[in-house]
Design a protein around this ligand. Structure first.
Ligand SMILES: [Zn+2]
Length: 468
C-alpha cells in the first residue's frame, strides 16, 4: 500500500462539521463525576468531538445542525455483552420459564438451524433496537457454528457496517460437546484447530487497532461448560499475541459453579484464572455467583465485568454483587446480553434495571442514577480498553452521542426536576437522535441507515418458518 497516496487523499477531503445546539449536556468531568451543562453546543469535526461551548464560534460553519433544544445530550451508551443473533429465538415458548442450563439445552436444538442470512438479519434487529435506545457501541459474542451451516463472523460484521454501529465483534466458540462431558450437542461444536484458524482469519481480515475504529475483533470462547481447557489457553495466548481483547461467560449461576467443581475441581473463577484468563484485556460476563476473594481477584488483576441485570433476572440466576465490585474498584460495564434471555435490547432501560436490581439487594441509596450512567458509558469504555476515546462528551473523543427529547409524557415533570434522574428512573422512550462516529444514524427516532420495517417483516417471516 502506498501510504503517501492515502495521506494526500485524506488531506484534500473537506472536514465534515456537525453542530448539536442548545442541549442539556450530561457528561463526565476530569474527576469522573457527572457534570450538566445547560444550553450548550457540541462541535463535531468528522468522526470526533472538537469542543463543547456556550457560544458557537463564528468561524465554525456546520454542514449539518441538530437542534437539541429541550433534549438531554449524553455520551453514546456502550453495551458490553450480547449475542446479537438471539433475536431469532426471543420468547421461544418452551424455554420462557427455564433456568440457564435447561434454557440452553432447549435453545441449542433451534440454534443449530442458523445460517449466514439468519444470523445477519437477527443481528441487525438487535443492533437496530440498541441504536434506537441510544447505544452506539456493542459487543457481540457469536459462538454457534453448526457443522452443516454456512455461517461466518462476516454475517455480524457486515450487519453492523450497514447499520453504522461501532462493534467489538467476538469470534466466539464451543468445542466441548456432550460426548466429552460438555453441555452443547456435538453437532454445534467445532474442532479446536478449525476454531483457532478461523479466529486468526477474522482478526487478520477485520480487526482495526487504530483509534476510533468502527470494527474490532475480540476472542470470545463461550463458557467453562462448552470449551476445553486447551482451547481456553490457546485462545488466550492468541489474544495476547495479537493484542485483541478476550471475553467469556463466568459464574453466571450456582449450577455452573457446581459443574466446574465436579468436573475440574475448581470454581469457574479459579478455573479461568488458571488458564491465564484474567487481566486488563480480559472481561467476564455476568459474575453473579462470586465470593469476596473472587471480587478481590477481579480488582487486583483489573479484569472487567459485563453486568447483565435483565438476563440474570429472567433466568433467575441471582443478583450479581455489583456494589461490592465497584467498592473494590473493579471495572464494571453494562450488558443487555443476548435477546433470547433479555428479550429486549434497550440499553438505557438496562441501566435502569441495573439500578433497580442493586437496590433490591443493597437498599435505596446503594446505586444512583450517576452510577447507572457510569457503568453504561465510562465502565464500558474502560472494559473495552477505550476510555480515552469512548464513553464521554469531551474534546478528542469519538463523536458517539445519544440525544433524548425530554418533552415527552414519559419524562414530563421528571425532566424539570433532574434530566439525568429522568433518564435513569423513568421509562425511557427511543432516543431522538443518535450519532455514531460523527454520523447521525437515528434521526427523529427513526433509523436513518436502513429501512427498519422491511427488516422487521423479514424477521417475523423467517422466525415463523424456521425458528419455532
Ligand atoms: Zn451471554
Amino acid at each position: 500500500m502506498n501510504a503517501g497516496v492515502i495521506l494526500a487523499v485524506a488531506h484534500n477531503q473537506p472536514v465534515m462539521k456537525l453542530l448539536i445546539t442548545n442541549g442539556t449536556i450530561i457528561r463526565w468531568n476530569a474527576q469522573h463525576r457527572v457534570e450538566q451543562l445547560e444550553q450548550h453546543h457540541v462541535l463535531i469535526e468528522d468522526n470526533r468531538i472538537r469542543d463543547i461551548v456556550a457560544a458557537v464560534p463564528t468561524n465554525f460553519e456546520p454542514d449539518e445542525t441538530i437542534d437539541a433544544s429541550g433534549c438531554a445530550v449524553i455520551p453514546g451508551l456502550i453495551n458490553t455483552h450480547h449475542h446479537l443473533y438471539q433475536s431469532l429465538t426471543r420468547c421461544l415458548k418452551p424455554v420462557q420459564n427455564a433456568k440457564l442450563f435447561d434454557w440452553l439445552l432447549g435453545l441449542y436444538e433451534v440454534w443449530r438451524r442458523v445460517d449466514f442470512e439468519a444470523v445477519k438479519l437477527g443481528s441487525q434487529i438487535s443492533m437496530a433496537e440498541m441504536l434506537l435506545s441510544g447505544c452506539t457501541t456493542t459487543n457481540d459474542m457469536f459462538y454457534v457454528y453448526p457443522r452443516e451451516s454456512d455461517v461466518k463472523a462476516e454475517a455480524v460484521i457486515e450487519g453492523a457496517a450497514e447499520l453504522g454501529m461501532r462493534i467489538h465483534a467476538g469470534r466466539g466458540s464451543m468445542s466441548l460437546g456432550r460426548s466429552k462431558g460438555g453441555l452443547p450437542p456435538d453437532d454445534v461444536v467445532q474442532d479446536e484447530k478449525v476454531i483457532v484458524k478461523d479466529c486468526e482469519r477474522v482478526i487478520e481480515k477485520f480487526h482495526d487497532a487504530k483509534s476510533y475504529a468502527m470494527t474490532r475483533v475480540d476472542l470470545m470462547p463461550c463458557s467453562p461448560f462448552s470449551i476445553t481447557f486447551d482451547l481456553l489457553k490457546e485462545t488466550r495466548a492468541l489474544g495476547k499475541s495479537r493484542h485483541v481483547l478476550c471475553h467469556t461467560h463466568v459464574a453466571e449461576t450456582e449450577d455452573e459453579n457446581k459443574f466446574c467443581i465436579e468436573k475440574f475441581g475448581k470454581r469457574p473463577v479459579d478455573y479461568l484464572a488458571s488458564a491465564d484468563w484474567a487481566g486488563p484485556d480480559v472481561s467476564w460476563a455476568h459474575c453473579v455467583c462470586l465470593n469476596s476473594e473472587e471480587i478481590k481477584l477481579l480488582a487486583d488483576t483489573k479484569t472487567a465485568v459485563a453486568h447483565c441485570p435483565s438476563s440474570n433476572m429472567i433466568l433467575g440466576s441471582g443478583i450479581p454483587p455489583v456494589c461490592e465490585m465497584l467498592k473494590a474498584n473493579a471495572t464494571v460495564g453494562l450488558g443487555v446480553d443476548g435477546s433470547s434471555s433479555n428479550n429486549g435490547a434497550h440499553v438505557l432501560a438496562e441501566a435502569r434495571q441495573a439500578l433497580l436490581l442493586q437496590r433490591v439487594k443493597n437498599g435505596a441509596d446503594s446505586f444512583t442514577a450517576e452510577d447507572a450512567l457510569r457503568i453504561a458509558t465510562l465502565g464500558g469504555a474502560r472494559l473495552l480498553n477505550r476510555e480515552r476515546e469512548l464513553g464521554n462528551i469531551a474534546p478528542g473523543f469519538a463523536a458517539d452521542i445519544a440525544i433524548y427529547d425530554l418533552n415527552t409524557v414519559e419524562f414530563a415533570g421528571a425532566a424539570a426536576q433532574d434530566p439525568l434522574g429522568a433518564l435513569m428512573l423513568c421509562h425511557s422512550p427511543r432516543a431522538k437522535f443518535v450519532i455514531v462516529n460523527g454520523k447521525a444514524v437515528v434521526k427523529y427516532g427513526q433509523l436513518a441507515t436502513v429501512y427498519l420495517q422491511g427488516l422487521v417483516t423479514k424477521m417475523n417471516d423467517l422466525v415463523k418458518r424456521r425458528f419455532r
